[in-house]
Write a protein that binds this ligand. Structure first.
Ligand SMILES: NCCCC[C@H](N)C(=O)NCC(=O)O
Length: 485
């Protein structure tokens, strides 16, 4: 929850500075000025964007357990502070206490999604990676949808202050769930005998590892940023846009906007399952970006009923999310996945934050005449379209690079398994030869896991010489070549 009883936005506000959103999104704003009210959003969004960058690295260093507990605790403390602040209505302490709450909550919430994805990638890396990501996404969207349908009613029933405490209760539930996940993680890692190996990996992780990441990683980060620059700022503002352009009332506009997330909630797990089987993540990311172009085209230049566009966006966005995020663990080493996820999320959120500012600037004062506003909205749609076109270009490059480097992103499950079997045979042959010649164990991978990418591009070129020389990753092709030669 973003701790606000929004009337206009269909979900927790995607991160960004919603400076242009009028104060009608909160009935009384606790007596705050519109500017201060929007500051609560801004603090959350920007804290989130900055902190996730470091929290990903921190999780690589301290492990999932410390991360999941610390960040869910931050959410709990942040939401409690925020709720307590609401009781200070009419005093000078209201704003500082609530801002502090948002700051803590922002620091915890984004980081929690990073550690959540890292956990999922660790435990589902074999076959069900995209399915697991899809399930997480579906639950996340379920939260958005429930917030949309329930929060206002809860506020009407028990008042704003107690609604905020209800949100604290949900964060408490999250904290308890984090404890359970943490316990399961400890148990599982111990049962697999990986405790020592993971600790060694963590010790070696450095922030500079970012510089070693493959070109696929950087292109994926850019794809995510540009694609989400088109989607989240749109969802944040679509109600207002639909209301003004199509002259539909507030509630209908909000429902039409919410369709993006409704579709995503229903589709994500199935799409994840499908992507696990067919692979083709890179092609799908490109296709989704391409198919998103008409969405903004329709909204900018036609009067086609907007539900067509939001449903369509729901489908393309679901495919994009289900293919882009689970691609990250495939192109970075396991030990640095937190850093990679934190960095990607940070770039994504900064992109969205900047886009929200741009959209706000384009819209300017919302009290202008209808025809002026419609022209400005058209410009907004063109700006979002521009981002999606940039995503098309970057995903094209991504596929070209992936093709040259072993088709890591586009392999189907069947292809991956048969390549792994061949690698295993090669590795067994090398191990056998090493034992015979009395050399060190050639397969003593330094713990970069069977299904994750090798440690760096250098490793990718020569995986058997590197510290992370497992049988996997972009090294599948290169590794076999080297080994056979
Ligand atoms: N208010 C939602 C923020 C989610 C941020 C997260 N990094 C993300 O993008 N997850 C995937 C998604 O599509 O929501």
């Amino acid at each position: 929850s973003n701790n606000c009883t929004d009337e206009q936005q269909p979900s927790p506000s995607p991160p960004g500075v919603a400076e242009h959103i009028s104060s009608t999104c909160c009935r009384d704003c606790l007596g705050m000025s519109e500017q201060n009210y929007n500051l609560l959003y801004a603090v959350y969004a920007w804290t989130n964007a900055v902190v996730v960058f470091f929290s990903g690295f921190l999780v690589d260093k301290l492990g999932n357990r410390a991360g999941v507990i610390a960040f869910s605790l931050l959410c709990l403390v942040g939401s409690s502070t925020f709720a307590a602040g609401a009781h200070l209505r009419g005093t000078d302490y209201l704003l500082p206490v609530m801002l502090l709450g948002r700051l803590l909550f922002g620091a915890g919430n984004g980081s929690l999604t990073v550690v959540q994805n890292r956990l999922v990638a660790f435990w589902f890396n074999k076959k069900e990676l995209a399915l697991a990501f899809g399930c997480v996404l579906a639950f996340s969207r379920c939260g958005s949808v429930l917030n949309f349908f329930l929060t206002e009613n809860i506020r009407d029933a028990i008042g704003l202050e107690w609604t905020l405490w209800f949100g604290v209760g949900l964060c408490l539930l999250g904290f308890v769930a984090a404890g359970v996940v943490s316990g399961l993680d400890v148990y599982g890692v111990r049962a697999m005998g990986l405790t020592e190996e993971l600790q060694q990996e963590s010790r070696r992780v450095k922030l500079q590892d970012l510089g070693q990441f493959s070109l696929q990683f950087w292109l994926l980060v850019l794809s995510i940023m540009f694609y989400y620059n088109g989607v989240f700022p749109f969802v944040a503002d679509a109600s207002q846009f639909i209301n003004q352009k199509y002259s539909l009332d507030d509630k209908v506009s909000a429902y039409i906007t919410g369709a993006v997330y409704d579709v995503s909630m229903l589709l994500s797990p199935f799409l994840g399952g499908l992507i696990d089987i067919i692979g083709k993540r890179g092609y799908l990311a490109l296709l989704c970006a391409l198919l998103t172009i008409p969405v903004f085209g329709l909204l900018a230049f036609t009067t086609v009923y907007p539900l067509v566009s939001t449903l369509w966006l729901g489908v393309t966005y679901s495919f994009a999310a289900a293919s882009m995020w689970p691609s990250l663990p495939l192109v970075v080493p396991r030990a640095t996945l937190g850093t990679a996820l934190g960095f990607s999320t940070s770039v994504q959120m900064i992109g969205i934050g900047v886009s929200n500012v741009v959209v706000g600037r384009i819209l300017g004062q919302t009290d202008s005449t209808r025809s002026v506003m419609l022209d400005r909205w058209k410009l907004v749609m063109l700006y979002l379209l521009g981002n999606v076109i940039a995503a098309v270009v970057v995903t094209l490059l991504l596929n070209a690079v992936d093709l040259k480097r072993g088709r890591k992103l586009n392999q189907s499950r069947k292809e991956k398994l048969s390549l792994e079997r061949m690698d295993q045979l090669v590795e067994d042959g090398i191990a056998h030869a090493s034992i015979e010649s009395g050399s060190a164990d050639a397969s003593s991978a330094a713990g970069y896991g069977v299904d994750f990418a090798p440690r760096s591009e250098a490793d990718e070129r020569s995986p058997l010489l590197s510290s992370g020389g497992s049988s996997s990753g972009g090294g599948i092709t290169g590794g076999r070549k080297h080994a056979i030669n």
